[in-house]
Design a protein around this ligand. Structure first.
Ligand SMILES: *Cc1c(COP(=O)(O)O)cnc(C)c1O
Length: 367
């Protein structure tokens, strides 16, 4: 008798794949578990999808997403040779691990971070060392002053939501000129730059620093702040030589990762700055209100620069609260990971969704 594993490559036996948050089918649920936008994408982007001549779908899309790369380059004041597009930023990240981190030295990332990073390391057989966040759950760049084959973390970090200043990232880059440093800015649009603009102490995008540091790769996604999780578009910005490496990997893997509808919708999304800013501002304002309501209920909320909050309550069992909420059709994210196994992560929803969530918490506390 052969068991199914007989046919598996040896590597597949060892994989511990990433487990995404629940994506329920059908049910009317309040979904505060995977950091999607509570608002729809720009109406202009939706119009661009409808306007696309569907008989063109018989034709392959532009393999290099040329127009979209130009639009993103203009938006960030770069050249299109500095932009790489992928099928969601997860694909961009996977190609980046393959392109830059498959070398003998261990790479570094935080002990509490996006759990896709160790999955890519397994897939591409890359060694890694975890660097512990400090006791306030912050990244301390001094801890990254050690020999390494590359560095990656999200800024703001996930699942903590805590942001790192530009000056800290600059000192990390200065200390690591020979490693590729990848900053995964999936949530950066929800950070609030200081009123004076983008100063060194503020948590803000370091995308512009790719002009100065040829080892810096900055990754963005349209899944969160642009409300296109279902469309699958992400991109990386970096020196042309880094981008060329990503193109080589991509063209050895899938020539057409971005379909025609996604290219058109993404282009239109970047053309609707007002709508984009308005939806981001609404989420930031709701985050502020949600944090103060939770603090009144004696929750500790880690300071969030993202569209989610990692929260803890001294007298509430986190997994019990998560399943109580699930029974009331509110899904939040619980991680059984050491250090945060008494926390839950909630995505900032609309004010109404947040209100339902708070009312359910009241019921839990009353029970
Ligand atoms: C959501 C997320 C991504 C991936 O987003 P895509 O939908 O694949 O673009 C990447 N990094 C972090 C930290 C995320 O939270």
């Amino acid at each position: 008798m052969t068991d199914k594993n007989t046919f598996w490559s040896p590597l597949v036996h060892q994989l511990e794949p990433y487990v995404p948050g629940e994506q329920p089918v059908g049910d009317e649920l309040i979904k505060l578990n995977t950091n999607e936008s509570p608002y729809p994408p720009s109406p202009k982007a939706l119009a661009a999808i409808s306007a696309h001549a569907i008989d063109n779908l018989r034709l392959y899309p532009d393999p290099e997403s040329t127009e979209l790369r130009e639009v993103i380059a203009d938006y960030h004041r770069l050249s299109s040779e500095q932009v790489f597009i992928g099928n969601g930023s997860d694909e961009v990240l996977a190609h980046a691990f393959n392109a830059f981190f498959r070398q003998p030295k261990a790479i570094l990332f935080p002990d509490l971070t996006y759990s896709f990073y160790p999955a890519y390391c397994q897939l591409y057989q890359i060694d890694y060392n975890l660097v512990a966040l400090n006791d306030r759950f912050e990244i301390d760049v001094a801890d990254y002053r050690q020999d390494n084959g590359g560095i990656i973390f999200p800024n703001p970090n996930a699942p903590t939501g805590i942001g790192l200043s530009r000056s800290a990232i600059i000192s990390l880059l200065e200390a690591n000129p020979r490693s590729v440093v990848i900053i995964d800015e999936a949530y950066i649009d929800y950070a609030q730059p200081s009123d004076a603009g983008v100063d060194l102490q503020s948590v803000a995008s370091v995308l512009d620093l790719t002009q100065q540091y040829n080892n810096l790769l900055v990754v963005h996604t349209l899944s969160k702040s642009r409300a296109f999780a279902g469309l699958r578009v992400g991109y990386a910005v970096g020196h042309v030589d880094l981008i060329e490496a990503l193109q080589r990997v991509k063209n050895s893997f899938n020539s057409y990762p971005i379909d025609r509808l996604a290219q058109q919708a993404a282009i239109a999304s970047f053309g609707d700055e007002d709508y984009f800013q308005l939806s981001v501002d609404k989420v930031i304002a709701s985050r502020t209100r949600l944090v103060s309501a939770l603090e009144q209920l004696q929750f500790t909320c880690l300071p969030s620069a993202a569209n989610f909050i990692l929260i803890h309550h001294a007298s509430i069992d986190a997994p019990a609260l998560a399943s109580f909420l699930r029974d009331r059709k509110i899904i939040v994210r619980y991680f059984s990971t050491p250090r945060i196994d008494q926390y839950i992560r909630i995505t900032v929803g609309t004010d109404q969704q947040n209100q339902f969530f708070l009312e359910a918490i009241d019921q839990f506390l009353a029970a």
